[in-house]
Design a protein around this ligand. Structure first.
Ligand SMILES: [Zn+2]
Length: 167
């Protein structure tokens, strides 16, 4: 099959808390695709799964490296923690990242309301009766990717990630 679009990946900073970030292969490809597609250079991943695929406490749903938590993007691109509603949250960039996360597979993202609104593709944890208000992290679930991942030979495989169709 012809490859229509290659995603060039340039990530300046991606902070991982290694004890809690087992990410499945396709999930990692989707993360790279979303980060690249949105031009995000300052992603901080709080946690996905533990190395055996179980969910780190207190989360219960972070199984099999598919669901996870991301910090909100900051206006200073520093990657440190920030609370939703703070002027330090880069709302426009976060919405672009959310659009890309949705495109690359996460169909159910959970966050909170701030200033009366919600980020793109988000539902409110409070309105869904979820305990955590997600004020300091975005939760990704509902991973149902429509992406194609090609590994192209060599000792260091070239990885190509693209959405199968633009939705
Ligand atoms: Zn979570």
């Amino acid at each position: 099959m012809a490859i229509k679009k290659r995603v060039m990946v340039s990530v300046r900073k991606c902070v991982l808390y290694l004890s809690k970030v087992y990410v499945s292969g396709n999930t990692f490809a989707s993360l790279i695709g979303a980060v690249s597609n949105s031009g995000t250079n300052d992603l901080t991943i709080n946690q996905f799964s533990k190395s055996d695929g179980t969910s780190p406490d207190p989360s219960k749903s972070h199984k099999s490296g598919r669901n996870g938590d991301l910090r909100y993007l900051r206006t200073d691109e520093g990657g440190s923690a920030v609370i939703l509603g703070s002027p330090n949250v880069a709302v426009g960039r976060q919405n672009q990242l959310n659009n890309s996360l949705h495109l690359f597979g996460w169909k159910d993202m959970i966050s909170g309301r701030f200033n009366g609104g919600l980020l793109n593709h988000i539902s409110s944890s409070k309105e869904r009766g979820i305990k955590s208000d997600h004020s300091n992290h975005l939760h990704l679930q509902g991973y149902s990717p429509n992406v194609q991942v090609d590994y192209l030979g060599g000792t260091l495989p070239e990885v190509v990630v693209k959405p199968n169709n633009e939705q």
